[in-house]
Design a protein around this ligand. Sequence first.
Ligand SMILES: *Cc1c(COP(=O)(O)O)cnc(C)c1O
Length: 385
Amino acid sequence: MRESFLSFSPPCLGEEEIAEVVDTLRSDWITTGPKTRRFEKEFARFIGAEEALAVNSATSAMLVGLAAAGVGPGDEVITTTMTFCSTVHVIEHVGATPVLVDVERDTLNLDPAAVEAAITPRTKAIIPVHLYGHPCDMGSLVPLARKHGLLLLEDAAHALPARHLGRMIGTIGDLTAFSFYATKNLTTAEGGMLTGAPELLEKCRLWSLHGMSRDAYKRYSAEGSWYYEVVVPGFKCNMTDIQAALGLHQLARLPAFQRRRREIVARYTEAFSTLPELEVPVEREGMESAWHLYVLRLHLQRLQIDRARFIEELRRRNIGASVHFIPVHMHPYYRERYHYAEESFPTAAGEFRRLVSLPLHPRLTEEDVEDVIEAVGDIVTLHRR
Ligand SMILES: *Cc1c(COP(=O)(O)O)cnc(C)c1O
């Protein structure tokens, strides 16, 4: 058994990131400025998007996207119950009504047939979540959104970089929100990015900084002017140059990070496929997952222990593990406000009980990976029926 605790998802920061942050701190500009603008440009180029807008989180990116698209009270927004709570919170924040739907069995991504069935005359937007980094079925969702004139705002917090039939996530829907939270594939500690068409992104930019018609950098830099106008009651969720300093170097390292993630995924899947007590994650034909998370599903009827005990046993063997996610409809706020039962979304509720996320990050060594495999194998062997 390993001696030290294996962290579930530590950040992967190097000397380049540290030096760039120090350079920013020694400069005259620490908030949104030249490094944020450069990060936006380089991010857009990496994705192949026309433009990008840096903000302080994916949550803010989605909030700004909904506000800029005019989604508000009386409107309905369809999203998945199998997501982090903030995907749904932002719908509440703009005063609209979230309409949750169930997921597909293999990917746990929202089911396009369930989305179609949930569309009403009040529906204004769909928020697909590319769960664990695996692209949603955009081949069904894009025509559906078009047919009904709905905003397609993608939660790509896990999906950097991912491809759907060769197209990068971030170039498909009307707006795509990425997260640079501490545990994500690319981190700026806290941070986020929106990609989309330039006209809509300009509205988002306005909403992301007080609704002011010029941002602070332009106002105070040499070529700028002191004049601005407030045209909408915007939010305050701009990215700082300290964060962008991290992002610039994380972006340069992202391809290497992804190669390492895929190696680890291949090794895990090779090892776990031999155990009938486990179900390994899939990558559908034509899809390229960002592999943000490696999520095993337990065949509980083949085991004498439940998921909670499985994670406890991993912890005893010094392996950090987690669960992504508790379905949103099972949390008290949403359950009580919208009168959901656990079985309102049977696939999500049923699969939730079987989920275990294992450590998956570029800092894992070969020994770390083998330690995880050994610990999982040991638990299965000891507790199989
Ligand atoms: C992390 C996460 C978010 C929120 O990202 P922030 O940048 O922390 O706001 C949203 N959706 C999903 C699916 C996430 O995992």
